[in-house]
Design a protein around this ligand. Structure first.
Ligand SMILES: [Zn+2]
Ligand SMILES: [Zn+2]
Length: 175
């Protein structure tokens, strides 16, 4: 996704809005459908500020049941691009990953969008918050789709013994 910024390149303070919906291919995120952006680009002299929102549905694996599901995400964008030939773009090493650059009169948004969406995906996504039954830790059955008999078949003898003790303590006293 590219924005032509020729109309704001002449003077500091000039700004433009940019809305678009387009497919986005990333190696580490799978988008379900297109990405929509609603952005304001401002010429801040040495850099172009990009602010606004981006929305998309992202395919993720549930941390409980391992089912793939579609997670709608809206991310707040607050970034700055520097021209690739400006002194600010001239950094090496780790810092180089954090500097977003553009060439001539157009800004490529894909890498910025990738970083923002990647940061917004939860570490442990759950397909249906509070409702996912997860996987059986014994047979691996996805309990959202099927049931299994593992829990009933296996009664830990230690818990059975504890049950006995509780029964005894709750007996009414004989006096
Ligand atoms: Zn799940
Ligand atoms: Zn099971």
């Amino acid at each position: 996704m590219y924005v032509r910024i020729i109309e704001i390149q002449q003077g500091a303070g000039a700004w433009m809005s940019f809305q678009a919906t387009d497919e986005l291919e990333c190696s580490d995120i799978t988008f379900e459908g297109p990405v929509s952006v609603d952005l304001k680009l401002t010429n801040a002299e040495t850099r172009i500020l990009v602010q606004g929102t981006a929305s998309a549905e992202v395919l993720v694996d549930c941390a409980r049941c391992d089912d793939e599901y579609s997670l709608p995400l809206t991310v707040e964008i607050e970034e700055a691009f520097v021209h690739e030939k400006s002194p600010e773009a001239d950094v090496d090493g780790i810092d180089a990953y954090e500097v977003l650059t553009y060439k001539e009169d157009r800004i490529g948004l894909d890498e910025m969008l990738r970083q923002n969406f990647l940061a917004a995906v939860p570490m442990q996504p759950v397909c249906r918050e509070g409702k996912c039954k997860g996987m059986c830790d014994q047979c691996g059955a996805n309990l959202n789709h099927e049931s299994c008999n593992c829990k009933e078949e296996e009664i830990d003898p230690r818990w059975a013994a504890l049950g006995e003790i509780q029964k005894r303590t709750h007996k009414p006293s004989l006096n």
